[in-house]
Design a protein around this ligand. Structure first.
Ligand SMILES: Cc1cc2nc3c(=O)[nH]c(=O)nc-3n(C[C@H](O)[C@H](O)[C@H](O)COP(=O)(O)O)c2cc1C
Length: 180
């Protein structure tokens, strides 16, 4: 299986899916997904990302209890935890933004492969408990910051159409002006 979707279709049909079929995700697809992430732009081209692939049911169960919005992980055949490596980019903000761009590439790749996922937060300085839980689960060293978890599987549900804010409402010509 190779990614075939037009980029505009991959962008416009991507949705967060939280229920998955039990069918396993082939390893070569997981590699393609991570490779899509590896082509993202990054601060000073440091490519500061690391990806942990988890299929172990006990670990996935534990990750599903990370916080109140992570229960959907339980049904996923595989989870990828995307991390930033502060030894590769030593400031947290550009490191995490770079990893987020890699993850968006991965979300689009997942969609174009007929798979589904949902960005599930870990790193949030305002809610530090999730990060602490995940760091403990994997025994991560201080320089590895887990950004988010991606439960991946074949979709077992669809999402209702999402209302997208009209483009005119978010474009500002020459200067910023408040729009209602
Ligand atoms: C930074 C970020 C954190 C998110 N965290 C969670 C989460 O912890 N749990 C969850 O179920 N969804 C999470 N989501 C998914 C959003 O709820 C979802 O993207 C949003 O509702 C829009 O729906 P869509 O992705 O289908 O377009 C997160 C998304 C982003 C971008």
């Amino acid at each position: 299986m190779v990614m075939q979707m037009e980029i505009s279709d991959a962008i416009k049909t991507r949705r967060s899916i939280r229920s998955f079929k039990k069918d396993p995700v082939p390893d070569d697809l997981l590699r393609q997904i991570i490779e899509a992430g590896a082509f993202a732009p990054s601060s000073h081209n440091t490519q500061p990302w690391e990806f942990i692939i988890i299929k172990d049911r006990t670990t996935i169960e534990k990750l599903s209890r990370t916080h109140e919005w992570s229960a959907h992980l339980k049904g996923a055949p595989v989870v990828i935890v995307a991390c930033g490596n502060l030894k590769k980019r030593d400031h947290v903000f550009p490191c995490m933004v770079s990893v987020a761009l890699a993850v968006e590439n991965m979300l689009l790749a997942i969609n174009s492969l007929g798979l589904a996922t949902c960005w599930t937060y870990i790193h949030n300085p305002e809610l530090p408990r999730a990060e602490k839980n995940v760091k403990e689960t994997f025994g991560l060293p201080d320089h590895i910051i887990p950004l988010c978890m991606l439960p991946i599987g074949y979709p077992a549900s669809t999402q209702k159409n999402k209302k997208i804010v009209k483009t005119e409402k978010i474009i500002h010509y020459e200067k910023y002006s408040e729009k209602s």
